[in-house]
Design a protein around this ligand. Structure first.
Ligand SMILES: [Ca+2]
Ligand SMILES: [Ca+2]
Length: 77
């Protein structure tokens, strides 16, 4: 029973992790608007700009983490 709970918790932890590693298709360490669209087709330029807090046109791992925590990006992608 305890192991069942631990397993469920582990699965949930996996499900809520959207990371740059998941989205970064070309492996350059940051997520472009195109890479974001590939996983989240509903992402608008406005949403991307909101996520891209330093406005360099790319979403870094830390920007993505903040976006997930703020609910801007679906965490189960
Ligand atoms: Ca990339
Ligand atoms: Ca950025």
């Amino acid at each position: 029973m305890k192991s069942m709970i631990a397993m469920t918790a582990a699965l949930l932890a996996t499900a809520v992790t959207a990371s740059a590693a998941t989205l970064d298709a070309d492996g350059d360490g940051s997520v472009s608007f195109e890479e974001m669209l590939a996983v989240y087709p509903d992402t608008t330029a406005e949403t991307f700009a909101t996520i891209d807090t330093d406005a360099d046109g790319m979403v870094s791992e830390s920007e993505l983490t903040a976006a997930v925590e703020a609910g801007l990006v679906p965490a189960n992608g």
